[in-house]
Ligand binder design. Sequence first.
Ligand SMILES: Cc1cc2nc3c(=O)[nH]c(=O)nc-3n(C[C@H](O)[C@H](O)[C@H](O)COP(=O)(O)O)c2cc1C
Length: 183
Amino acid sequence: MPLKSIALVVIKINDLTMKTGVFYSFSSGKTQSVAERLVKEFGDNVEVNDIEVIGGDKFLEYDFIIIGVSTWFGGGLPDAWEDFLPEFKETSFNNKKVAIFGLGNQQGYPENFGDAISYLVELLEPKGAKIIGFTSTEGYEFDASRSIRDSKFMGLLIDEESQPELTVGRIKNWVKQIKTEAV
Ligand SMILES: Cc1cc2nc3c(=O)[nH]c(=O)nc-3n(C[C@H](O)[C@H](O)[C@H](O)COP(=O)(O)O)c2cc1C
């Protein structure tokens, strides 16, 4: 067998055995509908978790972690995530890949578009997480966002208020991207 084919087989095996957990607040309406769509795209081997009922050790069960978070209060985390933060204290994310999708409103909050992604990145990276799934800012119109690094969003930004027609395509592309980056 040529070397190239062997490499492809290995990727396929990893992809199938990688245990993936999606984490968000089930009481967060728009985040929930985006998460459900994402899970449908992702296919098998994904479990969803409500951060309002789990503890931080739940993250340890997964090889690959996907987090959904909306931005609230003019650039802050929603209450459910604020309340959950102490749970991260004892949790190590060493060797874990994490992808974050964020909900925001670029027309309503152009100075703080999707800021919440950045707070989770800043919390999880020092704990060893490798953040994947960065995306282009092209196609969005806003003035500022904390969630940009090297000209890219540090995750996927979904805007159900200003650009709902782009949501499904953005999710599809992102799922393809993170599946590749996670292995
Ligand atoms: C009071 C309030 C504050 C908000 N602040 C921001 C913000 O600072 N930045 C942003 O991008 N979106 C902001 N949004 C928009 C929400 O992130 C957006 O509506 C999102 O889809 C809500 O998702 P959820 O229902 O899952 O919480 C805000 C919305 C509300 C109602």
